[in-house]
Design a protein around this ligand. Structure first.
Ligand code: HPA
Length: 274
């Protein structure tokens, strides 16, 4: 992680969005960008203007940072994330969490698209993440210790804040939507998995698989922020059915599920902003 670029990026965000403090940070994964339409937008900037982020690299990730009004609070909404597999190191992946920490946010809410390993999960379902398995093979906290990320050896026994998990669940129930809870396993990507890998992940206890979220969640948890995360199950993971996998299907599934995703996230963020 490059601290100088993180600091330059923080300054660029503060200057361009005229923001000094925020309550929530939302990091929107593949196909989730449009949930921002649920909130009044106060200001916005393209990722190109944030040194650590640069132009977005993956379709379905808009590459805009929004300052939104959420009831009595404000949120920064990252429309699209950067991933380890893009090969640019941890600085762009960590930036949204760094900004959350430096601007005093209480909550980091993470969203993603994921493949369902547990056969109970079908495309279009939502899954609140209860815990994760880091199958990336790397960790953003490797390197010189910086106390902004908490102690050298952070406790990770409760990464996803129980109260936030409850709020996510209750919001879905209040709105009449059933959601699952489960364990998310992150791989490095960018390949989808083989059926044999998916069988192994199932044996390890994973319910869903994706290529993101774990790095931001572990950083935010280490830094003492409250973390909530939700997956849109966009496909059966490899080998669960015979259907081939592709990014187009992933985006099509999030588009179909968008009204529910938007309603739940709006409800959750409003609950957290009173
Ligand atoms: N595997 C990994 N990442 C994903 C998948 C998947 O099946 N679906 C959406 N993101």
């Amino acid at each position: 992680m490059d601290k100088a670029i993180l600091d330059q990026s923080l300054q660029a965000i503060q200057a361009q969005l005229h923001v000094t403090a925020i309550q929530h940070v939302l990091i929107l994964g593949s196909g989730w960008s449009d949930i921002a339409a649920a909130f009044p937008i106060l200001a916005e900037m393209p990722y190109e203007n944030i040194p650590a982020m640069g132009a977005p690299g993956v379709s379905g990730h808009k590459g805009r940072l929004l300052l939104a009004q959420t009831g009595n609070a404000t949120a920064l909404i990252f429309q699209g994330r950067r991933h380890w597999y893009e090969g640019l190191g941890w600085t762009p992946v960590a930036l949204p969490v760094y900004v959350a920490k430096c601007l005093g946010a209480q909550h980091v809410l993470l969203t993603n698209a994921a493949g369902g390993i547990n056969p109970k999960l079908i495309p279009g379902d939502l899954m609140i993440i209860t815990d994760h398995i880091n199958g990336i093979g790397h960790n953003p906290l490797v390197g010189q210790h910086d106390t902004i990320w908490g102690p050298r050896f952070p406790d990770q026994s409760s990464v996803y804040t129980p109260q936030l998990r409850k709020t996510l669940l209750q919001s879905a129930r209040t709105l009449g939507h059933s959601v699952h809870e489960g364990i998310y396993l992150a791989t490095s990507g960018p390949i989808y998995e083989t059926p044999a890998e998916i069988r192994m992940f199932r044996t390890l206890g994973a319910d869903a698989v994706g290529m993101s979220t774990v790095p931001e969640a572990l950083l935010a948890s280490a830094a003492g922020l409250q973390v909530g995360a939700i997956s849109c199950i966009t496909n059966h993971a490899a080998g669960v059915t015979d259907a081939p996998l592709g990014h187009d299907e992933v985006l099509a599934a999030t588009t179909r599920t968008m009204p529910v995703m938007k309603a739940i996230l709006h409800h959750v963020v409003t609950q957290l902003s009173t």
